[in-house]
Design a binder for this molecule. Structure first.
Ligand SMILES: Cc1cc2nc3c(=O)[nH]c(=O)nc-3n(C[C@H](O)[C@H](O)[C@H](O)COP(=O)(O)OP(=O)(O)OC[C@H]3O[C@@H](n4cnc5c(N)ncnc54)[C@H](O)[C@@H]3O)c2cc1C
Ligand code: SF4
Length: 577
C-alpha cells in the first residue's frame, strides 16, 4: 500500500535543516490536514509529534487478532487499570488498543474539578481512535452564540466554511444520506449505511408524531464505496468489522496515518519528527512575530529549536492551550497572543450524561447482516430558530436498535444440539439512546499553568477547572423527558434512564480556550484562525472553537484547518506573512 512504502523523512539534528516554511505542532486529525494542505501548496513543512511513529498498516499490530490471541482475551489487567484511572474510563481503552493511548503518568495534570483528559501518544493522534461520526454544523450553530448572547459571535458563518467541508469530505470519504435538512446540512457523501427494521420502526413513529424532529442514518468517515481518488490513496472498501480503534488495514476509515500524512509525504515537502515534545513557541520582539519552536526530544531529553515562517498549533484543545500559555516573552508575559487575558478561558465540552435503554416487542423474524460503524441520529430540535426553553441550546440524540446476542436463557436440558441451536438464536430487540448536549463556554471553565508542579519534561502541569452548570442539568432533564416520550410513542417497553454523571472530558470533545472572534479584546483568533496579536501563528484545532454545537466536532476542525492553511499559503505568496 502506498502508505506503507512511502519514505517519510525523519528530522536530523543538524543546523542546516532546522529551517522550514511551516511548522505544524501535532499530527492528529487537524495537524494531518494542516500538513497535507501546506505540503500540497509547496511549503516545506515540519510536523512535530510528541508520541512515537505509527506507520499505516505495519504498526497496527492487533488489527487482525482474535479475542483468544490476546493474553487477557481483550480485557485489561487490574494493574494497568489502577495505573491509568483516567485512560481506563474511555470505552476504547482495552488490550487491543492501549498502545494508542497516553498513559496517565506520562503527562500528569491537576484536576481542580474532575476532568478525564483522554490523550493519544503517537503519530496520527486520536485519528486512530476516534468513532468517526462526522456531521456538518448548520447555520444555526454559527449564528447561535451571537443571537442568544452566551458567547462572542463567531467571526464566520456557514457559507464561509461550506466549501471547505466539501473539500475535506471528498478527500476523506464520508458516508451519509442526503436528507435535505436545514439543521444538518448535506455533504459530499458516499452511499449511506442503512437502518435495521427496529430503527426504521422508531424513525417512522417519531417522525409522524413529532413534526419538529428528524431521524437520519449517521454520517461517518468510512469508505462505503471508494472513489478513484481513494483507491489512489491506497485505501479500500470498509468491511464493517468495527475493529477500527486498532487501526484499519484497509485504510477504510479516515485517519492521519492512512490519508493525510502519506499524501503530504508524497509531495516531498513533509518532514515528520516523532518523539518531539513542543515546549513553547519562540517570539521575536524585534521582528514582532513567532520565529520557531522549542522542542524536547522525548527519548534523549535534549532541547532543539526549529524555525519557520508560519506555525500551526494542532496539539489538540488542551495541549494547544498549554503550549501557548507556556510561550512567554517580554512582549507576552502571560502566554503567546494573550493581550486580552482570556487565553485558557471559555473552555467547553459536550454533555454525554443522558442514556436511555428500552426493549421492543415483536419483529422476531427480522435480523440484519453484519456490523455497522455508525448509529441513527436526531439533529438538535431545541432552541434552533429562537430561544424557546428555560435552558440555552440543545442536544443531538443518537440511538441504535439491535437484537440481543446469544447466551439468553433456554428451557429444557442445558446440553446437546437442540440447546446449542436455541442459544444461538438472537434474542429480543433492545434500544439504546444517548444525548450529545451543547455546553455553554464560561470564563470560569478554564485551564491555566501550575506554578509549582511540572511534568516529566519539566513543562508546567496544566490545571483543569471545568465543570457542569445549571444549564447542563436542565438540558439533561429535558433529554430524559423527551427520550422517554419518544420511545413510548415508538411502542418501546421497559424504558430506563441513567444519568452517567460522567466527568467532563470523557466526551473527548473539549473545545475552546483560544477562541475565534471579531474583537481582539474578547477573543484570541481572527476569522482566519490567526492569533490577533501574532498573525503568523494559526490555531485550528478544537482550541479555536467559540462554541461547541451539538455535532461531533472533528469534521469542523478539519474544514477550519484546510481553510486556514490555504489562506496562510496565499498570504505567504503575497509576502503578507
Ligand atoms: C474514543 C474516541 C472517540 C471519538 N469519536 C469521535 C467522533 O465520532 N467524531 C468526532 O468528531 N470526534 C471524535 N473523537 C474526538 C476526536 O478524536 C478529536 O476531536 C480529534 O482527534 C481532535 O483532533 P486534533 O488534531 O485536535 O487532536 P489529536 O487528534 O488528538 O492530535 C493532537 C496531536 O498532537 C500531539 N501533541 C500534543 N501535544 C504536543 C506537544 N506539546 N508537542 C508535540 N505534539 C503534541 C498529540 O500527541 C497528538 O498526536 C473521538 C475521540 C476518541 C478518543
Ligand atoms: S469497520 Fe471498516 S474501517 Fe473499521 S476496521 Fe473494519 S474495515 Fe476498517
Amino acid at each position: 500500500m502506498p502508505g506503507d512504502t512511502l519514505q517519510i523523512n525523519t528530522g536530523k539534528k543538524t543546523v542546516e535543516n532546522q529551517h522550514y516554511d511551516a511548522i505544524v505542532i501535532g499530527s492528529g486529525i487537524s495537524g494531518g490536514w494542516a500538513a497535507k494542505e501546506l505540503c500540497d501548496r509547496g511549503l516545506k513543512t515540519l510536523v512535530l509529534e510528541r508520541g512515537r511513529d505509527v506507520k499505516h498498516v505495519k504498526d497496527y499490530t492487533t488489527a487482525t487478532k482474535n479475542a483468544w490471541e490476546f493474553p487477557h482475551r481483550g480485557q485489561l489487567p487490574l494493574k494497568v487499570k489502577e495505573e491509568n484511572p483516567v485512560a481506563s474510563r474511555c470505552y476504547a481503552f482495552g488490550e487491543a488498543t492501549e498502545q494508542f493511548f497516553l498513559k496517565d503518568k506520562d503527562q500528569p495534570y491537576i484536576q481542580e474539578k474532575p476532568f478525564d483528559w483522554i490523550r493519544p501518544n503517537q503519530v496520527g493522534g486520536k485519528s486512530l481512535l476516534w468513532a468517526r461520526q462526522t456531521q456538518r454544523w448548520s447555520r444555526f450553530d454559527f449564528e447561535g452564540p451571537g443571537r442568544d448572547g452566551f458567547a462572542v459571535d463567531w467571526p464566520i458563518r456557514y457559507e464561509d466554511i461550506a466549501p471547505w467541508y466539501s473539500h475535506v469530505e471528498l478527500f476523506a470519504g464520508i458516508s451519509g444520506n442526503r436528507d435535505g435538512l436545514e439543521t444538518l446540512p448535506d455533504g459530499e457523501f458516499l452511499p449511506p449505511w442503512t437502518m435495521n427494521l427496529g430503527e426504521k420502526t422508531i424513525q417512522q413513529k417519531i417522525m409522524s408524531r413529532f413534526t419538529d424532529r428528524d431521524v437520519v442514518i449517521g454520517r461517518c468517515a468510512h469508505l462505503t464505496k471508494p472513489q478513484a481518488h481513494h483507491l489512489h490513496q491506497g485505501r479500500s472498501q470498509c468491511q464493517a468489522r468495527t475493529l477500527c480503534e486498532r487501526g484499519c488495514p484497509f485504510g477504510a476509515y479516515f485517519s492521519s496515518n492512512a490519508v493525510t500524512l502519506p499524501w503530504a509525504a508524497r509531495t516531498g515537502n513533509l518532514t515528520l519528527r516523532p518523539h518531539s515534545v513542543v515546549h513553547s513557541i519562540i517570539y521575536d520582539d524585534k521582528q514582532q512575530k513567532a520565529t520557531g519552536v522549542r522542542v524536547i526530544d522525548a527519548q534523549t531529553k535534549e532541547t532543539t529549536e526549529f524555525y519557520a515562517r508560519i506555525i500551526f498549533v494542532n496539539g489538540s484543545t488542551l495541549n494547544t492551550n498549554l503550549i501557548l500559555l507556556n510561550s512567554t516573552s517580554s512582549r507576552f508575559p502571560n502566554g503567546l497572543g494573550n493581550d486580552s487575558g482570556l487565553l485558557g478561558k471559555f473552555v467547553a465540552f459536550q454533555n454525554y450524561r443522558g442514556q436511555v435503554t428500552a426493549t421492543m416487542e415483536g419483529m422476531q423474524d427480522s435480523y440484519y447482516y453484519g456490523r455497522r460503524p455508525t448509529a441513527v441520529m436526531m439533529p438538535n430540535f431545541r432552541n434552533v430558530r429562537k430561544q424557546e426553553k428555560d435552558f440555552l441550546r440543545g442536544y443531538m440524540t443518537f440511538f441504535t436498535a439491535s437484537r440481543a446476542r446469544w447466551g439468553h436463557e433456554v428451557e429444557g436440558p442445558q446440553v446437546g444440539a437442540a440447546f446449542k441451536d436455541a442459544i444461538s438464536e438472537p434474542g429480543e430487540w433492545n434500544v439504546f439512546m444517548m444525548m450529545q448536549g451543547e455546553t455553554i463556554p464560561k470564563e470560569t471553565n478554564h485551564v491555566r499553568l501550575s506554578t509549582d508542579q511540572k511534568d516529566p519534561y519539566g513543562i508546567p502541569q496544566l490545571v483543569v477547572s471545568v465543570g457542569y452548570d445549571e444549564n447542563d442539568e436542565k438540558t439533561t432533564k429535558d433529554f430524559f423527558e423527551q427520550a422517554q416520550e419518544m420511545l413510548t410513542v415508538a411502542g418501546c417497553k421497559t424504558i430506563a434512564i441513567k444519568d452517567t454523571q460522567q466527568s467532563p472530558g470523557l466526551d473527548i470533545h473539549e473545545v475552546g480556550g483560544v477562541r475565534m472572534g471579531k474583537d481582539p479584546q474578547t477573543s484570541l483568533l481572527n476569522k482566519w484562525n490567526q492569533l490577533h496579536a501574532v498573525p503568523n501563528v494559526f490555531v485550528t484545532d478544537g482550541a479555536c472553537m467559540t462554541s461547541t454545537g451539538t455535532q461531533n466536532p472533528s469534521i469542523t476542525f478539519m474544514a477550519l484547518t484546510a481553510r486556514a492553511a490555504n489562506y496562510a499559503a496565499d498570504q505567504l505568496k503575497k509576502g503578507e506573512l
